[in-house]
Design a protein around this ligand. Structure first.
Ligand code: KG4
Ligand code: ZN
Length: 336
């Protein structure tokens, strides 16, 4: 029988503390502890996030090993998110990983969080064939990535200002919706008319995105409407959410279509927290039918932050013998 490749992976880049175990490329456990403390502040408070990671990391790791029925001595490697993300949050995961690796004699593997979002597609069937284009949409990033191989990826376009997740979250804040705002907008949008109101689609060169303009347009729109009618937001919440979400999705898909044409690929994927958006999932599915693309949409649990995707990336890096040393440090800005 071939060697059992059991890898433990840790994710702590933002407000999810997560640990997963993968054996021979198959995810055996994926424990995610979401920090609810940020809800009352309407956004992630970095210092509170670091503290919560400190509290949760050990129980989460213990639980993931137990659920996978794997002993520490069986691990061939320990993967962890090195970046990008919040420095304090990353430091907790990185320091924990280094201490664990040192004490247990386990080789370390550093993982780029954005690469891992894309590799989440390899957790389950159907898996995309190379090359494919991945639209990675999260709270901190919006990228079009040409994926040539598991570990060979090229960013062909990205946002020059806000990420699309930020555009969702900031709009939700303007509308008085609780954090995290993306899922709330998604929920209201499902009951509204996407063409009720019109917001601008940014027209940037090439494959560059911009989401700051549409966010400001929403702010001015709301200020004007609320002046005329104090109840405007409450009485139109579904239509506002549907129209705003529709604009964000159209912006994302217009560039994606262009990129697919230029790079002549037929396999398309979406990844990251905003890939959980039901409007985006629906729109890309119908666009794929029209354009004859093979589209890959991850399960909800693998869209938002999780350690299973970090484990998947660590698995491929293990096969490529890409190990880190004890000198490795957290990297809040980490290019793909
Ligand atoms: O990938 P992720 O969990 O964390 C980062 O790496 O940033 O993405 C979080 C982002 C947040 O902006 C959140 O509002 C957004 O993903 N999000 C959604 C939905 N679920 C999560 N946005 C729109 N619709 C959703 N259903
Ligand atoms: Zn993420």
């Amino acid at each position: 029988m071939s060697k059992k490749l059991a890898i433990l992976a840790i994710e702590s880049s933002c407000d999810e503390t997560s640990a997963a175990v993968i054996i021979n490329g198959e995810v055996k456990s994926n424990i995610v502890s979401t920090q609810v403390i940020h809800e009352k502040y309407g956004g992630v408070v970095p210092e509170l996030a670091s503290r919560a990671h400190q509290q949760h990391i050990l129980p989460v790791v213990d639980k993931s090993l137990k659920e996978a029925k794997v002993g520490k001595n069986e691990l061939v490697a320990l993967g962890f998110t090195r970046g990008p993300g919040l420095l304090g949050s990353l430091l907790v995961g990185t320091s924990f990983a280094k201490a664990f690796a040192l004490a247990n004699g386990t080789p370390l593997i550093e993982v780029n969080h954005m690469q891992a979002h894309i590799l989440a597609h390899f957790i389950e069937e159907p898996k995309p064939s190379f090359p494919f284009i991945c639209l990675t949409v999260s709270g901190g990033h919006t990228q079009l990535v040409l994926v040539k191989d598991h570990l060979n990826m090229e960013v062909i376009g990205e946002t020059q200002d806000d990420a699309v997740g930020e555009a969702f979250d900031k709009a939700a804040k303007m509308l008085g919706l609780p954090y995290p705002g993306g899922p709330m907008i998604d929920k209201y949008a499902a009951q509204g008319d996407p063409l009720a109101f019109e917001f601008p689609i940014s027209e940037m060169k090439g494959f560059t995105y911009s989401f700051s303009g549409v966010k400001t347009a929403l702010l001015y729109f709301l200020q004007k409407k609320v002046k005329e009618d104090l109840d405007f937001i409450d009485s139109n919440i579904a239509d506002i959410c549907a129209s705003y979400q529709h604009t964000l999705i159209e912006t994302l898909l217009q560039k994606l279509k262009k990129a697919v044409r230029k790079y002549k690929v037929k396999h398309i994927a979406i990844a990251g927290g905003v890939a959980a958006n039901s409007g985006l999932r629906k729109s890309i599915t119908s666009l794929a039918e029209k354009e004859n693309w093979q589209v890959y949409i991850p399960k909800f649990e693998y869209c938002t932050d999780n350690a299973a995707m970090i484990a998947m990336a660590a698995h491929y890096k293990y096969l490529a013998k890409e190990f880190a040393t004890q000198q490795v440090s957290a990297m809040p800005r980490y290019e793909l």
